[in-house]
Design a protein around this ligand. Structure first.
Ligand SMILES: C[S@@+](CC[C@H](N)C(=O)[O-])C[C@H]1O[C@@H](n2cnc3c(N)ncnc32)[C@H](O)[C@@H]1O
Ligand code: SF4
Ligand code: SF4
Length: 387
């Protein structure tokens, strides 16, 4: 039975938001769906994780991001990860990348961009290919190009997660990703979740403009039994020629510090109450230090437990360093992730970066107990986040 879509007027959440009075709603997920999520996470996350513990010196990334396109149908003010009119990854490079990842023991593949749905047929074919090779495949999207036919096809191809990026409930100036814009897609996505056995969640970037909306979106997700994943808006680590919004990227300034602190405390409270969130309490707390530029260096595992494959098949450790000039290797010649170079690099970049993905990878893989918690959360709550 598909999940029942709870009819709600999103605008009500946006303008007259009130805290939810029921903190542990019964999620409408059936047993089969939960067992399937557990088994899939066990195979693609836990087994590779255990192998990486047994052979810590072997290069065995747990998670990889594949940039299929840098082009995008939107122009979010904070986004330096898109570059219009650039040729996307070819299907041959994409399949070779999957083969290479399989050969180094990785079983989690996240598409990245740009907007991956710019090429739907390409995505469907690639998803089918990667799922056939045993990968857990994750699709982040702004959802605008999604329609029912695509959801059905990507569902049949075996997608594991669809991560819907939304920053607000209603239209605001400078926020192109808002839920009411993709209401029908969201509705269909949620109702088909158990049929195709994928997981849906919201991906929300906390900026200076959407602090109230973050709460509203969190409650909408909770009321629909889906998880949330938060980023804190980060200026780029590297200067990008094509990035035109340098001064106007909705970056958080001193004026918003108190409001961000209150929001973070509210999110932590919801996390403790049982709202399903990808972010650990530790990561949420670190946001307060990050916005004040007081974050101490932290043990990022980019280039070891996670990695990026660019459009041409070359490597880089993380999204933040997409434009890195260093030669980190490629799918045809292997990797050059030198631990000494990475460690020197991270002393400088980690205090200016709060990568949601790498912070969680570090948290959940730092001990067997945390990784077991990760697995249990899958079974109970059906979430997973890698962005
Ligand atoms: C680059 S987008 C690519 C996939 C898709 N187009 C989307 O918007 O989800 C992936 C994620 O990066 C986040 N992101 C982009 N620029 C960011 C920034 N400056 N700081 C924090 N997160 C950012 C977005 O919010 C989005 O959720
Ligand atoms: S965040 Fe995603 S939707 Fe927005 S411009 Fe970047 S790639 Fe496009
Ligand atoms: S801390 Fe990690 S994720 Fe952030 S820029 Fe440095 S290497 Fe990349």
């Amino acid at each position: 039975m598909p999940t029942t879509f709870k009819e709600s007027k999103f605008s009500d959440y946006g303008s007259k938001w009130k805290p939810s009075t029921h903190c542990y709603p019964k999620k409408n997920h059936n047993k089969r769906y939960q067992v399937y999520n557990f088994t899939r996470a066990y195979r693609s996350w836990f087994i590779p994780y255990i192998k990486s513990r047994i052979q810590p010196d072997k290069f065995r990334p747990l998670l990889s991001f594949l940039y299929t396109d840098l082009n995008c149908n939107l122009d979010c003010p904070y986004c330096y990860s898109r570059n219009k009119h650039k040729e996307g990854m070819t299907l041959q490079v994409a399949k070779d990348a999957v083969d290479w990842l399989q050969s180094v023991g990785c079983r989690v593949l996240a598409f990245m961009g740009g907007e991956p749905l710019i090429r739907k047929d390409f995505l469907i074919e690639l998803t089918r290919y990667a799922v056939g090779k045993g990968f857990f495949v994750y699709l982040p999207t702004n959802g605008i190009l999604m329609n029912e036919a695509f959801i059905d096809e990507i569902g049949k191809a075996g997608i594991s997660v669809i991560n819907l990026a939304v920053d607000a409930v209603d239209r605001h100036k400078g926020i192109p990703k808002y839920l009411n814009r993709i209401k029908s897609q969201f509705q269909y996505l949620v109702t088909q979740q158990q049929k195709y056995e994928y997981i849906t969640f919201f991906n929300i970037n906390i900026t200076k403009h959407n602090l109230k909306d973050v709460k509203a979106l969190t409650n909408i997700a909770h009321d629909h039994g889906i998880a949330t994943d938060y980023h804190i808006n980060e200026p780029p680590q590297i200067e990008y020629e094509h990035f035109q919004h340098g001064q106007n990227g909705a970056w958080i300034t001193e004026t918003e510090f108190q409001a961000v602190d209150e929001l973070v405390d509210w999110l932590i409270q919801k996390n403790i109450e049982g709202y399903t969130m990808v972010n650990s309490v530790e990561h949420l707390n670190a946001m307060k230090l990050f916005i004040r530029r007081r974050l101490p260096p932290w043990p990022c595992l980019a280039g070891k437990s996670s990695m990026i494959i660019r459009l041409d098949g070359s490597f880089t450790p993380c999204m933040e360093l997409y434009g890195s000039d260093e030669d980190w290797g490629n799918i045809y010649e292997g990797h050059n992730f030198d631990p000494n170079i990475l460690s020197r690099l991270k002393k400088n970049c980690s205090p200016n970066c709060l990568s949601t993905c790498n912070f969680q990878v570090n948290h959940y893989s730092s001990s067997l107990t945390f990784s077991l918690q990760w697995l249990a959360k899958h079974a109970y709550s059906s979430f997973l986040g890698v962005s």
